[in-house]
Unconditional design. Structure first.
Length: 214
């Protein structure tokens, strides 16, 4: 896998431009969303020019999940956005209660947000009909991750065979440096086979926020 240095930020433009050599859809049509939320993601790789991508859909949040639960006082309250190239971006701001060493995000939390982002990427193609169940996961820590600043996590599916899929992802610092990478293998299962899930009781729905790209 090509080592990647990436920087991501919001932009108030809806155009989608892609560099030669990057695969993915150009249509970017919103699905299940009342409004297209433009998002511009610049990715820098050797021999690959910068590219600008946009959001096609915001994914649902839940009530009590550690990563996406909006009513979990100790949670990350992360938001997830599907990109036109088939990748998923998570936005979150870690707080003091998420620290390990003072001022640094705990490694377990780093792994949790990477795992969630990669696992959720399967919902881009499967919607909520199938979910990812983690079989194995590897995290590589490259730089300390600070608290109190908005961070971005990018995840994608790199291999899919039947019920099994594999994915990779990165946590990006505000300056675009990669702080941690993750890779995992997952089982793709209907939600009913994973847990007895009541979407209404768990408040599983898309929640608009002033922090969403406008």
């Amino acid at each position: 896998m090509v080592r990647r240095r990436a920087a991501a930020f919001w932009a108030n433009k809806s155009e989608l431009t892609r560099s030669v050599g990057h695969h993915g859809s150009q249509s970017g049509e919103g699905r299940g969303s009342s409004e297209l939320r433009p998002f511009r993601l610049y990715v820098y790789e050797p021999r690959v020019a910068a590219m600008s991508l946009r959001v096609t859909r915001k994914q649902p949040n839940s009530k009590m999940c550690l990563v996406c639960g909006l009513k979990n006082d100790g949670g990350l309250h992360a938001s997830f956005y599907e990109l036109a190239n088939g990748e998923l971006v998570a936005l979150f701001t870690p707080r003091d209660e998420h620290q390990s060493y003072p001022g640094r995000l705990h490694g377990g939390i780093i792994t949790a947000i990477l795992d969630e982002t990669i696992g959720r990427a399967v919902m881009i193609s499967c919607r909520e009909d199938f979910w990812g169940v983690t079989v194995e996961f590897t995290t590589r820590f490259r730089k300390p991750v600070p608290l109190g600043v908005e961070l971005r996590v990018v995840g994608r599916i790199v291999k899919e065979e039947g019920r099994v899929f594999e994915g990779t992802g990165e946590i990006l610092l505000p300056d675009g440096e990669v702080a941690a990478t993750g890779s995992g293998k997952y089982l793709k299962l209907p939600l009913g086979r994973i847990v007895d899930f009541d979407a209404v009781a768990e408040e599983w729905r898309v929640v608009d926020s002033p922090a969403d790209p406008a």
